[in-house]
Design a protein around this ligand. Sequence first.
Ligand code: AMP
Ligand code: MG
Length: 412
Amino acid sequence: MRETPTSLSVEAVLAHLEQMTVPLSDSEPVALVQALDRVLAEDVISPLNVPPHDNSAMDGYAFNGQSLPQAQTLQVVGTALAGQAWTGSVLPGQCVKIMTGAIMPPGLDTVVAQEMTRVQGDQLHIPAGTLQRGDNCRLCGEDIQAGNIALKSGTRLGPAACGLLASLGLPEVRVTRRLKVAYFSTGDEILSLGQAPREGAVYDSNRYTVHGMLTRLGCSVLDMGVVRDDPALLEAAFRQAAAQADVIITSGGVSVGEADFTKAMMKQLGDVAFWRIDMRPGRPMAVGRIHQGDRSAVLFGLPGNPVAVMVTFMAFVRPALERMMGMQRPALPLLKARSQEVLRKKPGRTEYQRGVVTRDTQGQLQVITTGLQGSGVLSSMVQANGLIVLHHDQGTAQIGDWVDVMMFDGHL
Ligand code: AMP
Ligand code: MG
């Protein structure tokens, strides 16, 4: 167990986490339909050119564009349909009617859209100045060339990437194994759903927010329920979690009042640091490794308050898990919006306020808080569409000041 004597800035915590977490090395093949939101474990080299041949981008007429941009009159000698090569020959002064996606007949390099032309019998008239040579013709390999890297290892497979893999004819891809995350809530006052309400007790919301955020990330989740504030029960839960999962996420039990026996217990089980973080909400967090047999799992002991759980997850856990999942992508940029109210803030800590971003009458982004910012007010997370990030050194923001916002979309 390591004790941090002073508190750490958000940036320092992120730097520590970057050292502590490494990408999973195991991978597995999956069918492309199962690959959505998984992370590529290797570069994908294209086995073919996309598109596989020069083809028309329009319904129209294919011709040799060497005498453009002059007007032309050409003889239509046939029709090239998508899906079959046109086998006739085309002499100078001739053209071929062509459908979108059809292979360009040999020697032809330009397509004029049907609506730009006038046809009389088999004579096609193309007005002057409407086209350049090569227009409306998609070139073989212009999207991807055979032998080149089509997608890099570490790419998260979204719908576009899945479509691209399909365009290469690949029915299966190799992805990193799913990260297995066990999570539980702690606290004698925490009720699971289905239990009768009683005085002083609250229903467990953290397990549901954590479940949602982990599922969105594509983790495989193991819900371990609520564990009472009892050292023996907690120890058993940590051992069971470390035996089965890559990561353990807990909530509650790391604040000053409770930390002492948790700290002592974690000391026996692994190497855990208790960080006081210069942030609001979410000041305390336990981070480290829990050992069990020859395995060890990364632990994130999040605070108990429901908003603090979500904010610390977004700020720290998500980037760490993404790294472990092998994802390589630049962090999503923060947006800038004008504050519609005074945001009181002391320099020396990072604050995350729940905000609603809209456009003002000039079309500029503006942001207003959701009101009550208590770290237990989960409805503020529901109303908000992003977190206003007031950085470490920043002081109070005045009305009209530009502030950074981390939008939920893409982060939550
Ligand atoms: P703790 O960090 O354990 O002292 O918890 C801080 C606050 O968060 C207390 O008011 C707890 O009741 C509340 N809390 C802790 N865990 C949960 C949970 N799983 N769901 C809802 N509230 C919780
Ligand atoms: Mg507690």
